[in-house]
Design a protein around this ligand. Structure first.
Ligand SMILES: [Zn+2]
Length: 191
């Protein structure tokens, strides 16, 4: 039996003086707890605050029935977009894709998912989509929903004094307006 996961004690892995910030974007807590990077690189580590290491480990629990190799394979599938042969039926495969996306997000703690490539789209549009962590094509509802989530997460009131968040917040807002305009323009052009 492979060692599925180590039981986590919540003793800090390093002292507060040496700590860098928590790995989760927007979190300003000290990263006192280490965990392996999940995306195929189990030999290097990220540092998390207590709250986020707990959250992360609960997410690993989601895979209680799988061993490390299976999880890695699952993530690889999510990244490359390959579907296992048993998901031929469209609906199943759509559900499966959604599940993969959710799991990918789980394990990467909000890190950006790889984007579908659309080289035919304007560069500005692609950049805006990447900022919003969205794929093309997108819907107005999808855009609004995503915007609400991101604004909540990166609002300057929540991340006081964090320059990076402030900059990101600006980018998100301008990307949102751009994508909204683009949608309206292309809709009226099509009709
Ligand atoms: Zn944190």
């Amino acid at each position: 039996m492979p060692n599925k996961k180590k039981k986590l004690d919540y003793e800090p892995h390093r002292s507060a003086e040496k700590a860098q910030a928590c790995h989760v974007p927007g979190c300003n807590e000290a990263g006192l707890y280490k965990a392996p990077k999940s995306n195929g690189d189990l030999n290097s580590y990220c540092w998390f605050c207590l709250e986020h290491i707990r959250e992360r480990n609960q997410r690993w629990d989601y895979f209680a029935g799988m061993d490390r190799d299976e999880i890695e394979q699952f993530l690889k599938d999510a990244v490359t977009g390959h579907r296992p042969t048993w998901t031929r039926e469209t609906q199943v495969s759509t559900q499966y894709k959604k599940l993969q996306d959710a799991l990918y997000e789980f394990l990467n703690m909000g890190a950006k998912r790889p984007q579908k490539q659309h080289p035919e789209l304007p560069a500005k549009l692609r950049k805006a989509l990447a900022t919003m962590d969205m794929d093309y094509p997108y819907s107005m509802d999808g855009l609004k929903g995503k915007y609400r989530v991101l604004v909540k997460k990166h609002h300057p009131d929540v991340n006081r004094g964090n320059k990076q968040s402030e900059e990101l917040f600006k980018q998100i807002t301008s990307s949102y307006h751009y994508l909204m305009e683009y949608l309206k323009t292309s809709a009226s052009a099509a009709s």
